[in-house]
Design a binder for this molecule. Structure first.
Ligand code: KMH
Ligand code: ZN
Length: 274
């Protein structure tokens, strides 16, 4: 089986220090958390940024500062900024990190509108998605297709047929968000069976579903995402001290099955990045 690519989603836009004091907000904290994940075995950092008080932002300046801090600690890590941002942000705001110079190697591309967490609406219409894809294509950015439900895979395939996405496509299946697909083996199989054979995919899941779903992905040949964005616990009732703790747990799982961990260089090759 090919080596396992581990993505660390180090802070997200929603989780707070009140829930786990180790959630990074400041630029230094972001660097420290990315470094802990990288040292444990992550080759990709999925990045949201915050103001020092924790407010989510898509500020280009803030991304620039966080990229510099992370690259000073982990020069070869792949940084994948979010273009999802936080619910309620407009498209112009959300797209800011793709205008970094040099352009990021990857960025997320959310593939559909949904009830996010129940009562919020995360808006990604077909024309929004095409616009984001075109902007990424112009800059040679590899989109990671964020699919919170099966219909989002169908939307990604539709957009690919129209010529806005290149093959092989890379998906991230996000399971267990209220408003999206559940987090059971059946749900995961359904998503895996719905993507073109030559695609790559990563799996992440919310809260207590994180490790069981990642475990299945390791066994089935997919890749893995963990991190504070998705889950703050190392085990039941035990808060993780760092993103590195969460990554380390995945590394141990993967080694149990004799699956090696991809370096950033190997991840670039597996994902056909640039
Ligand atoms: N914060 C969510 C509303 C992404 O990074 O592209 C969207 C999100 C997906 O986290
Ligand atoms: Zn995200």
């Amino acid at each position: 089986m090919e080596k396992l690519i581990i993505t660390a989603a180090i802070c997200g836009a929603e989780v707070t220090k009140e829930q786990n004091a180790n959630i990074p907000y400041t630029i230094k904290e972001m660097g420290k958390e990315a470094e802990s994940a990288y040292n444990a075995g992550a080759s990709i950092i999925h990045l949201h940024v915050r103001e020092d008080d924790g407010t989510p932002t898509q500020s280009l300046e803030r991304f620039k500062a966080c990229f510099a801090e992370i690259h000073s600690r982990c020069p070869d890590v792949i940084i994948q900024p979010s273009t999802g941002g936080a619910v309620g942000m407009n498209d112009k705001e959300r797209l800011q990190p793709i205008y970094l110079n040099p352009a990021p190697e990857m960025a997320t591309l959310d593939c559909g509108t949904m009830n996010f967490g129940g009562n919020d609406i995360f808006i990604n219409t077909e024309s929004n998605i095409i616009n984001f894809a075109e902007e990424m294509n112009k800059r040679g950015i590899k989109p990671e297709l964020e699919c919170f439900d099966k219909g989002m895979i169908d939307m990604a395939l539709r957009i690919q047929k129209k010529g806005y996405l290149k093959k092989p496509m890379h998906f991230n299946f996000v399971l267990g968000v209220v408003g999206g697909i559940g987090a059971t083996p059946r749900d995961l199989n359904y998503l895996i069976e719905s993507i073109p054979k030559e695609s790559t995919y990563t799996v992440c899941a919310i809260g207590r579903y994180e490790f069981p779903m990642v475990f299945l992905s390791i066994v089935l040949g997919g890749h893995a995402r963990v991190g504070f964005e998705d889950n703050i616990y190392l085990s039941k009732g035990v808060l993780a001290k760092s993103n590195g703790d969460l990554v380390n747990k995945v590394v141990n799982m993967s080694h149990e099955f004799g699956r090696e961990i991809a370096s950033p260089k190997e991840a670039r090759k597996l994902l056909h990045i640039r």
